[in-house]
Design a protein around this ligand. Sequence first.
Ligand code: NDP
Length: 486
Amino acid sequence: MTTNKNNLTTSWGAPVGDNQNSMTAGSRGPTLIQDVHLLEKLAHFNRERVPERVVHAKGAGAHGYFEVTNDVSAYTKAAFLSEVGKRTPLFVRFSTVAGENGSADTVRDPRGFAVKFYTEEGNYDLVGNNTPVFFIRDAIKFPDFIHTQKRDPRTHLKNPTAVWDFWSLSPESLHQVSILMSDRGIPATLRHMHGFGSHTFKWVNAEGDGVWVKYHFKTEQGVKNLSPDVAAKLAGENPDYHTEDLFNAIEKGDFPSWKLYVQIMPLEDADTYRFDPFDVTKVWSQKDYPLIEVGRMVLDRNPENYFAEVEQATFSPGTLVPGIDVSPDKMLQGRLFAYSDAHRYRVGANHQALPINRPRNEVNNYQRDGQMRFDDNGGRSVYYEPNSFGGPTESHENKQAAYPVSGVADSVAYDHNDHYTQAGDLYRLLSEDERTRLVANIVEAMKPVEKEEIKLRQIQHFYKADPEYGTRVADGLGLSVPQQIK
Ligand code: NDP
């Protein structure tokens, strides 16, 4: 077939068979590396900006420590979590998502919440956000999603029509959109927000037994937010308001802290739970899987040099230690590729050797050369394996835990498609004042949308989450809830 301008093609000109679902081993299996369109799409996206991060460009960071306060060794053999009282140094980078490196801090946007634990078994990165869910659940949609959050190619302006067009056509975004438009969409400071690992991970104990796990960092400063008016004023007067607040608090000894909790799910529950536990657009109800305390994180030292420490800090959800594995979450599987790929491009193949990223334990491997090889490059030590010269060798006890996979390789969506119950649960847990502000924020954000069809499509999603929610948004926009939905 000859392609024309209506055909989506790969960069080598071939028509694309599926641009919404990555190829996985079954509906829950890991993403397959043979999905070359997915690989090319993600790799190309990572190269769209030089040199600032395409997402999470504006960030603030701090050093601190993590202290274990509860024994979780029944669930994980991770050494840094092995005993109560144990302390591990760490570095945190907070960020906004969509704005450029110089953009204002007090915008409505999720906040990145990335933690690098320098453990004795290597670095462990927990690369989450200040919200428990995300807008999409398959990494193949990420470049399109972020395009809608960025500037329009013609006007170089933000484009609300694109934002709501994508969201309205991607109903899995409804839960995260509702959180974003609520009071918590603009935190008062970086100290007054929670953090979440967002994805499901796997913990494995010393016996080799696994559980699924979700992470929650609860702020000990309390949740505080900014009203849109105050936030807009601050964005003009002091675009670096959050960066400055974090720096000044630590500088004067007012060290921010968070309690870390986990939810634990037995592996077999994943087959029967009422939501797909690997779908990052959904939470696990805390009524079903209550929070279990793990420890406390304290930030007590500012960076000495912003570029060296904050800008060059590189995080990846694939930076794991023994006792912590990934799950089949399709968004997580894509991030395993995309984050490290972004850092190799942005900072270089040897980014892990930079002081801020270098593990505190000894690193022994056979990687050599590459751009910016600023250490001794392994000197004269043996540079291949296997060898007869006493070079470092693998330790089988540290293999990732094996798990069964089945299914037909295909580009398939998640089986569960209830995008409404949890968004509705959120709406229903809000107070009347919070609901009023949520609806007002949505109405303000949707007013500039150019096509009525987009507004009506999105109103139907709000209505399906809760009829009152949808009706109030429709009223605010001077529209009616479409009849077919009622
Ligand atoms: P629970 O009542 O057990 O938990 C409610 C959760 O909502 C708590 O984590 C609470 O955390 C958080 N919360 C409270 N007020 C707000 C708010 N204004 N904005 C955002 N989050 C808030 O119920 P479920 O676990 O069954 O969850 C019900 C709904 O709560 C979910 O559909 C989801 O939208 C939302 N939620 C759930 C989380 C989870 O992990 N289960 C996490 C965060 C939100 P706190 O008051 O400490 O901030």
